[in-house]
Design a protein around this ligand. Structure first.
Ligand SMILES: Nc1nc2c(c(=O)[nH]1)N[C@H]1C(S)=C(S)[C@@H](COP(=O)(O)OP(=O)(O)OC[C@H]3O[C@@H](n4cnc5c(=O)[nH]c(N)nc54)[C@H](O)[C@@H]3O)O[C@H]1N2
Ligand SMILES: Nc1nc2c(c(=O)[nH]1)N[C@H]1C(S)=C(S)[C@@H](COP(=O)(O)OP(=O)(O)OC[C@H]3O[C@@H](n4cnc5c(=O)[nH]c(N)nc54)[C@H](O)[C@@H]3O)O[C@H]1N2
Ligand SMILES: [Mo]
Length: 689
């Protein structure tokens, strides 16, 4: 008698790998070795059973017909993206020989790893990769493309990347969503904000763009980019003037109040309103809501996000906003205070994973990832060190995402630059590779994750076998290490061991294996009794560390580098925040998410009319750095004077072969050596002109 073979279906608990504060627990349904769908783990409180629209398409991305599934070697000119398949042995032998030759000439620092958070996993991130580059003695990359300015702002004020527990926002009475498009970029926080709204909380969005989040808040304050510090200082001025202050909290738990008070009094709402391009009445109303709600003993909370720290005065602005909760004693409540990042609430064993002790170099050579455009084109010099002669790119797409991309592309186009790219797809950067190596996706490898928006650790189990000849990043670096003759035992650690090493005994690994997540301890109302992780233990309005460094110890307004004025050559400010259906430059090639792919520029009807630009018309946005073509979206999502180049498309998907980063600059922020993507002046014209 025959019994039909039932297809075997099972569910595997993993973690979303993407660069997002939510870090969801992701469950993959596998049938006969094929991942057929993913869904949010209902048992994980932060995920709440729901994934965002884009990550719900993770299987479509993993099984995409364009996945790179074999090692490839360049056959055409640099950047043409023409390759022939080769075996792993051929590719790895040649790469090891090329890197080994540089090292043998004492030029190991001519080798640069270039990576970011394509996966946020510790294991497929820097663990084995940095063991390899440290042992080689390569240049160090300053991984500052995203959050370091805000991180410095937090550290100099609160003492670290610490703040409220995200779930406590549900109990707040007033929430300022500041420099954050939560519905697009932090959906699982938005659940808590909505819960608070249902319970009667007021929601205020502070963002130059009328985002989908702004649509759903009670109020939207559309300030000009880079003017958050004046707004925060004027709010303080009003809190002082009306005495909506918590004098006990100020006395016991803050440092430098008198100095900050004097600085804030320089910013009456009328002055700030002119700088911010808003009505003074919006400032007075907001300060009244913030001050009176706190005075009534109710929790007021700020969800600050990274959108406000991509301008020159980034860290100063974050410092100014970080002062606000202490003025009104908001930290006394579990649902009061502020959250920008939770990544300082716990620590991983990074030195054990990355082994900086293996480096043979007496001195490190640092390359900032935001100035890669200039640095690839720089000759050797005593100040700079050796010319960059080899770049190994993984978890990153610099040709699309780094600022001033015509320079970046010019740098990668150097015939004498040896470029290796580990990727899922033939991205803009992959086009420039000498070797393009197929990497596994999150469905195909082990990893372990923490979060910068909550306080859980998640384990990712592979749910399917690697597709084609793809290998995990770790395995590629292990194989290269063996060919380079690196014999230290750490190069034999497998991925599961690396997962265990990441948190050591500080997490219950058996629970991780069983449930896929564990909670790390972090108190409700962490600073109700002060105890900030600053040197003074107080909220440092005035920072002795900044004073020691010869810098202004108080937060202040540093105007943008590029301030468009009417009548000037580049009269429009351009910001370029992420679109909802992509993740930086990832997912732009997933067809079901982008029925009409390609870049758009939102422009206010008044600015469009002044330039004869019709909705959906092809336009050219330009400045001295370059120009790019895209479709105009004439819309009140953009405020007058500000255009919005939404999302980071691959350059090759743009009608002119460029993307928004053609226009952004390599200038760095006040602190943190971070990029200034949203500090950018442009002009726009119909493309036929
Ligand atoms: N869907 C989706 N989610 C994502 C990402 C994605 O690409 N797509 N990217 C992920 C990554 S890497 C990060 S770092 C985060 C980014 O997410 P966020 O940390 O929220 O930062 P941004 O998206 O850069 O900007 C947030 C908002 O700030 C606004 N903004 C721009 N300039 C200013 C300003 O000067 N002041 C103020 N107050 N607001 C300003 C922008 O218009 C935007 O709506 O999101 C992560 N999540
Ligand atoms: N104009 C403008 N530019 C920006 C921003 C902006 O707001 N405006 N945002 C900036 C910010 S906040 C950030 S964080 C950066 C992000 O920039 P990137 O870190 O470059 O992020 P992605 O564009 O998502 O590219 C990540 C790449 O890693 C690959 N990848 C994913 N997982 C793996 C893996 O396991 N192995 C390997 N080998 N590859 C993998 C993906 O296929 C993808 O191509 O962009 C910055 N650039
Ligand atoms: Mo980011």
């Amino acid at each position: 008698m025959h019994t039909a073979v039932q297809p075997e279906t099972r569910e595997v608990i993993g973690a979303c790998p993407h660069d997002c504060p939510d870090t969801c627990s992701m469950v993959t349904t596998v049938r006969d070795g094929v991942a057929i769908k993913v869904h949010g783990n209902p048992a994980h409180p932060q995920t709440g059973g729901a994934l965002c629209t884009k990550v719900a398409r993770y299987p479509e991305r993993s099984y995409h017909p364009d996945r790179i599934l074999q090692p490839m070697r360049r056959i055409g000119p640099k950047g043409a993206g023409q390759f022939e398949p080769v075996s792993w042995d051929v590719a790895l032998d040649d790469i090891a020989a090329r890197l080994g030759k540089l090292a043998a000439r004492g030029l190991q620092q001519a080798v640069l790893p270039y990576s970011y958070a394509g996966t946020m996993g510790y294991v497929q991130g820097e663990a084995m990769a940095m063991r390899f580059f440290n042992r080689l003695g390569a240049s160090q990359l300053e991984r500052t493309v995203c959050s370091t300015a805000g991180g410095q702002g937090l550290t100099y004020t609160l003492g670290g990347k610490v703040g409220m527990r995200v779930e406590n926002f549900a109990d707040a009475r007033l929430i300022l969503i500041w420099g954050s498009n939560a519905i697009g970029s932090n959906l699982h926080f938005w659940r808590y904000a909505q819960e608070a709204k249902r319970r009667g909380a007021r929601l205020v969005c502070i963002d130059p763009r009328r985002t989908e989040t702004a649509d759903k808040c009670h109020e939207h304050i559309a300030l000009l980019p880079g003017t958050d510090a004046p707004l925060a200082l004027a709010l303080m001025q009003q809190l002082i003037t009306h005495d909506w202050l918590d004098h006990d909290y100020l006395r016991e738990h803050t440092l430098g109040w008198e100095a900050l008070r004097a600085r804030a009094l320089e910013w009456p709402p009328e002055r700030a309103a002119v700088v911010c391009g808003i009505e003074a009445a919006q400032i007075t109303a907001l300060s009244r809501a913030y001050g009176e709600t706190a005075r009534a003993g109710q929790p007021v909370a700020i969800r600050l996000n990274y959108g406000m720290q991509r301008v020159r005065g980034a860290a100063n602005a974050v410092r100014a906003v970080c002062c606000l909760p202490a003025l009104v004693g908001a930290w006394r409540h579990a649902a009061g205070g502020l959250l920008l990042s939770s990544s300082g609430t716990h620590s991983s064993n990074d030195d054990l994973l990355e082994r900086p002790d293996l480096s043979p170099n007496a001195q490190e050579r640092l390359i900032n990832m935001n100035t890669i455009g200039d640095d690839l084109l720089r000759p050797a010099s005593p100040e700079f060190g050796p010319r960059i002669d080899a770049v190994v790119v993984y978890n990153c797409n610099p040709v699309a995402i780094a600022p001033d991309s015509s320079k970046v592309a010019q740098g990668f186009a150097r015939e004498d630059l040896f470029t290796v790219v580990l990727e899922h797809f033939q991205t803009d950067t992959a086009d420039y590779a000498d070797y393009l190596l197929p990497a596994t996706t999150q469905l195909e490898h082990w990893d372990i994750h923490s979060s910068y928006g909550h306080t859980d650790v998640l384990l990712n189990r592979p749910s399917i076998a690697p597709l084609g000849e793809a290998k995990p990043n770790t395995e590629i670096f292990r194989l290269l290490a063996a060919r380079m003759g690196f014999t230290e035992p750490c190069f034999a650690d497998d991925d599961l061991s690396l997962c265990r090493q990441t948190y050591g005994d500080s997490v219950d690994f058996e629970a991780l294996l069983r449930d896929g997540f564990v909670h790390l301890p972090w108190p409700d109302a962490p600073f109700a009794q002060g105890g900030f992780p600053t040197p003074s233990g107080k909220c440092e309005f005035s920072s002795p560390r900044l004073a020691d460094a010869g810098l202004d110890p108080l937060p202040d307004y540093l105007p943008n580098y590029e301030r468009p004025a009417p009548g000037s050559r580049y009269p429009l400010a351009m910001i370029s925040p992420p679109g909802r259906n992509a993740l930086n430059s990832s997912f732009v090639n997933v067809q079901s998410l982008h029925p009409t792919p390609g870049p758009v520029l939102e422009i206010h009807p008044v600015d469009a009319a002044a330039r004869g630009i019709a909705n959906e018309a092809l336009v050219r946005a330009f400045n001295d750095r370059g120009s790019y073509l895209c479709r105009a979206e004439v819309s009140e999502r953009a405020r007058p004077g500000v255009v919005v180049g939404l999302g980071i498309w691959w350059r090759k998907m743009g009608p002119g072969g460029t993307n928004v980063n053609e226009l952004t600059s390599q200038a760095l922020t006040d602190l943190g050596r971070a990029p200034t993507f949203y500090d950018c002046a442009v002009e726009v014209e119909p493309a036929s002109a």
